[in-house]
Design a protein around this ligand. Structure first.
Ligand SMILES: CC(C)(COP(=O)(O)OP(=O)(O)OC[C@H]1O[C@@H](n2cnc3c(N)ncnc32)[C@H](O)[C@@H]1OP(=O)(O)O)[C@@H](O)C(=O)NCCC(=O)NCCS
Length: 154
């Protein structure tokens, strides 16, 4: 399979925080943000593999700042690693206060997605084409995370 660059699959998804996304204090529920992040990671993995994908695990999920009713949530997702059938997608969420025009990072995490064939078994995915030193460093970091997770699973 031909290697594909991260730029071919990266995505930005946005959402306005509405009352049904929040608790009574007007803060967005963590689960609502995670759902958006999972969807964005799924789009990236599906674009890269052209297969149905499932979320296998999520790691280093950090809620850095609260998100409030009326904020614009901006969710960026980018492929950092592709293995045989698994892919690691870094998802970074920012919140924009539309009254003040301020944007702040609010949540980030790594989503491990696995491509599946028609029988629901792991399917081969194209290698990730690394285009610069930063991407090579991120790929190596992802490999370390994956090796650590594999040790924990075994
Ligand atoms: C993820 C899943 C497909 C893995 O199936 P499996 O039979 O264990 O597959 P394998 O052991 O052959 O692993 C396949 C790949 O998945 C990776 N993998 C398996 N479990 C993983 C995990 N928990 N986290 C990250 N990667 C994982 C393996 O490292 C392997 O990667 P590689 O092909 O790039 O080397 C299976 O566990 C599954 O279907 N889980 C449910 C997924 C789901 O429904 N998600 C939505 C939840 S609401």
């Amino acid at each position: 399979m031909e290697p594909k660059p991260a730029s071919a699959s990266s995505v930005t998804m946005t959402q306005i925080v509405l009352p049904f996304h929040t608790n009574v204090a007007g803060n967005m529920h963590g689960g609502e943000v995670m759902k958006l992040m999972d969807s964005a990671a799924g789009v990236v993995a599906q674009r890269h593999s052209l297969c149905n994908v499932v979320t296998a695990s999520v790691t280093n999920l950090s809620f850095l700042e609260p998100i409030f009713l009326g904020d614009l949530v901006i969710c960026n997702a980018e492929l950092r690693y592709a293995g045989k059938s698994s892919m690691e997608v870094f998802v970074c969420v920012k919140a924009e206060n539309l009254s003040r025009g301020e944007i702040k990072p609010v949540v980030e995490g790594y989503f491990f997605m696995v491509a599946l064939d028609r029988n629901g078994r792991p399917a081969s995915v194209p290698p990730l084409k690394l285009e610069n030193e930063e991407q090579k460093r991120q790929f190596e970091e992802a490999q370390e995370r994956i090796n650590y997770m594999k040790k924990q699973r075994s």
